[in-house]
Design a protein around this ligand. Structure first.
Ligand code: FAD
Length: 263
C-alpha cells in the first residue's frame, strides 16, 4: 500500500505578466488532478509562449504580442479548472448511498458528457467584424501523416513546429510577393494537397483532404501551437495572411507596398 497525501487547488495568479517576467504552468495556475490536465496546461502555456517570445525577441512582432499570451491562455485554463473541480465532486463523494448511486449510473453508462474541450477564443485569431472568432479560428489544426520526397511522417515531424498554410491548390496563385515574403519571414510552411506544385505534399492518410472537405474550406493558416489562426477559401487566404500580419504587430519584415509608409 502506498499513499501520497497532498493538497490541491484550482487557483489562478492575478496576472501572468509583469514586464519581462511571465508565469507559466503551476506558477500561473494550479489544477485539481481529476482530468490529468495540470502538466498538459503547463505545456500548452510553454508552447504558446515559445512562439510569441521567438517573434518578439527576434524583432518580428511587437511587444504587445506577449500580452495575448495571458488573454488566450487564461480562459482556456479556467474552463479546464472548472471541469476538474466538477469531476472532483463526482470522484470524492463521501456519502456511501450517493457514491453507490454514482457507481451504478457509471456502470449503466449513464454519464453526462463533458463540455466541449476549450479552444482559443481571443488574441491572435481571425475575427469577424463583431470581434467574435471566425469559423474554425482558435480550434486545433488536424495532424495527419504526409510525405514530401522520401520523408514520411506526422506533419510536425516532417516540417517541425511553425506557422503552416495548408491549401487545396497552389497558394502562389492567390498570394502575392508581399504575402510570400511575410510568410517566409515567419518561417511558415506552405503545403498544398494539389500535386505538381513546389509546395505539394502527399496526404498519405487523407487527413487534410478530408478535413478541408468536411469544413467546406480550401485553406487554413495554423500557428506554431497548432491552433488555427483562420480558415476559408483560396480567395480568402490573402485576407487571412494580412490579418495575421496585423495581429502580430509586425515590425522589421517586408510590409505591403501600400502600407509601407504607415508602418
Ligand atoms: C499526484 C499528482 C498527479 C498529477 N497527475 C497529472 C497528470 O496525470 N497529468 C497532468 O497533466 N498533470 C498532472 N499533475 C500536475 C503536474 O504534475 C503539474 O501541473 C506540473 O508538474 C507543473 O509543472 P511546472 O513545471 O509548472 O511546476 P513544477 O513541476 O512544480 O516545477 C517547478 C520547479 O521549480 C522548482 N522551484 C521552486 N521554487 C524555486 C526557486 N525559488 N528556485 C529554483 N527552483 C525552484 C521546484 O523545485 C520545481 O522543480 C499531477 C500532479 C500531482 C501532484
Amino acid at each position: 500500500m502506498r499513499q501520497i497525501i497532498y493538497t490541491f487547488s484550482a487557483r489562478t495568479a492575478d496576472r501572468w505578466r509583469s514586464g519581462r517576467v511571465l508565469l507559466a504552468g503551476d506558477a500561473a495556475h494550479t489544477m485539481p488532478p481529476y482530468m490529468g490536465q495540470g502538466a498538459c496546461s503547463g505545456m500548452r502555456d510553454g508552447i504558446a509562449l515559445a512562439w510569441k517570445l521567438d517573434l518578439v525577441l527576434s524583432g518580428r512582432a511587437g511587444h504587445g504580442l506577449l500580452d495575448t499570451y495571458e488573454t488566450e491562455r487564461r480562459p482556456h485554463v479556467e474552463v479546464i479548472q472548472r471541469c476538474a473541480v466538477e469531476l472532483g465532486r463526482v470522484a470524492n463523494l463521501k456519502d456511501p448511498e450517493a457514491a453507490a448511486a454514482r457507481d451504478a449510473a457509471f456502470r449503466r453508462g449513464d454519464v453526462p458528457p463533458l463540455p466541449p474541450f476549450p479552444v482559443v477564443t481571443t488574441g491572435v485569431i481571425a475575427t469577424r467584424e463583431d470581434k467574435t472568432p471566425q469559423s474554425l479560428a482558435g480550434t486545433l489544426s488536424p495532424q495527419g501523416v504526409n510525405a514530401v520526397g522520401d520523408r514520411v511522417g506526422r506533419f510536425d515531424d516532417v516540417f517541425g513546429w511553425g506557422f503552416v498554410v495548408v491549401t487545396t491548390t497552389d497558394p502562389r496563385a492567390v498570394l502575392d510577393a508581399d504575402h510570400l515574403a511575410f510568410l517566409n519571414s515567419l518561417g511558415a510552411v506552405l503545403a498544398t494537397t494539389e500535386p505538381g506544385s513546389a509546395h505539394s505534399i502527399t496526404d498519405v492518410d487523407g487527413t487534410y483532404t478530408d478535413y478541408l472537405a468536411a469544413h467546406g474550406i480550401e485553406a487554413f493558416l495554423a500557428r506554431p501551437d497548432f491552433h488555427l489562426y483562420g480558415a476559408g477559401t483560396m480567395h480568402e487566404l490573402p485576407g487571412l495572411v494580412d490579418g495575421l500580419r496585423a495581429a502580430l504587430g509586425t515590425v522589421g519584415v517586408p510590409t505591403r507596398r501600400s502600407e509601407g509608409a504607415a508602418l
